[in-house]
Design a protein around this ligand. Structure first.
Ligand SMILES: Cc1cc2nc3c(=O)[nH]c(=O)nc-3n(C[C@H](O)[C@H](O)[C@H](O)COP(=O)(O)O)c2cc1C
Length: 195
């Protein structure tokens, strides 16, 4: 009887922790799209107001792949990291849930239900990409910067806009993204189509 009660309590607790959002298998990253790199560099700028239109699945898939996706069979990434530490992770906040971008599987793994997007200066974007490092070390800021620049350039080449924001609700993000003590929030990039 005691064991049954314990099992029931544990089941209720587990159900309470279950995330309703499902894993999302992203579309295969496109190889040919967008403006040229030179045009993207000419267009790159900070954008702080966005259309409320949802990103298409292909655009979200390509955006995430561009940020920190795998581009070689050996698992290396679109963004370099000192000593190939690959300590930079991208989390995705939508109006429905918070997800981890799993670069290896090219999938979104749900973490917490709810809308935790931060936007910028009171403006909301359809998605917010949060850049986190597994641990802070000499080059983690540099490594994160490459990821943020990939996001900027992808946006500039594809009719989208972003802003790197250094401000974030650290304690709240830590809980929502289920970060461990070593992990650190670096910045977040709200992304949406241009208005
Ligand atoms: C690390 C970093 C943090 C930033 N933080 C903020 C921020 O908290 N809020 C904001 O509105 N813009 C932020 N920005 C955007 C800068 O203000 C912007 O890049 C700068 O004004 C130059 O404009 P540009 O990106 O259009 O060249 C940040 C940029 C960087 C690189």
């Amino acid at each position: 009887m005691k064991r049954l009660i314990t099992t029931l309590i544990l089941s209720v607790m587990t159900i309470g922790m279950t995330v309703a959002a499902e894993p999302i298998k992203l579309n295969a990253p496109s190889k040919k799209r967008g403006a040229t790199l030179q045009e993207a560099l000419w267009n790159r700028k900070t954008v702080r107001e966005w259309s409320s239109k949802e990103l298409s699945k292909q655009d979200l898939s390509d955006l995430l792949w561009a940020s920190v996706g795998q581009n070689r069979p050996d698992g290396k990434r679109t963004a370099p990291t000192a000593m190939n530490r690959q300590e930079v992770k991208v989390y995705v906040l939508t109006d429905e849930a918070a997800y981890l971008y799993d670069a290896k599987a090219h999938m979104l793994q749900p973490l917490t239900d709810g809308d935790y997007r931060m936007g910028c200066r009171g403006n909301q974007a359809p998605v917010d990409l949060v850049v986190v490092v597994d641990e802070e070390w000499r080059w983690s800021g540099v490594d994160s910067g490459y990821v943020a620049q990939n996001i900027y350039l992808f946006c500039a080449a594809n009719g989208m806009g972003t802003v790197s924001c250094g401000m974030g609700e650290d304690a709240k993000l830590r809980k929502v993204l289920k970060l461990d003590e070593k992990q650190a929030f670096v910045l977040h990039n709200p992304v949406g189509y241009l208005k």
